[in-house]
Ligand binder design. Structure first.
Ligand code: FES
Length: 95
């Protein structure tokens, strides 16, 4: 489904459903996943299993692994290095 969403009339982007920890959002295909999380106030990518400390992206360039989440296929991905795909589902690690 193509809709105009947060873009100029010359830039029409596809809107998809993105589910993060069970909550559904409208998101643009190809948008930065880390940018999307920031914009929507989502500040937890994992929880430390020992300390229960909430973790979130640190370096923003693929080096620290703090932004790893689990996708709908069970794969671990770094949100700072990933673009939004159609009908994507993400779960924070350790939750
Ligand atoms: S924020 Fe460091 S690897 Fe993604």
């Amino acid at each position: 489904m193509s809709l105009e969403y947060g873009a100029s009339s010359s830039e029409i982007r596809e809107v998809t459903q993105l589910v993060v920890n069970g909550k559904s959002y409208d998101a643009c295909v190809g948008e930065s996943l880390l940018g999307f999380l920031f914009q929507n106030g989502i500040s937890s990518t994992s929880v430390n299993l020992v300390t229960k400390e909430v973790r979130f992206a640190f370096c923003g360039m693929g080096m620290c692994s703090e932004c790893e989440m689990i996708d709908e296929n069970g794969s671990i991905l770094r949100v700072c290095q990933t673009s939004i795909r159609r009908n994507m589902t993400l779960t924070s690690r350790g939750i």
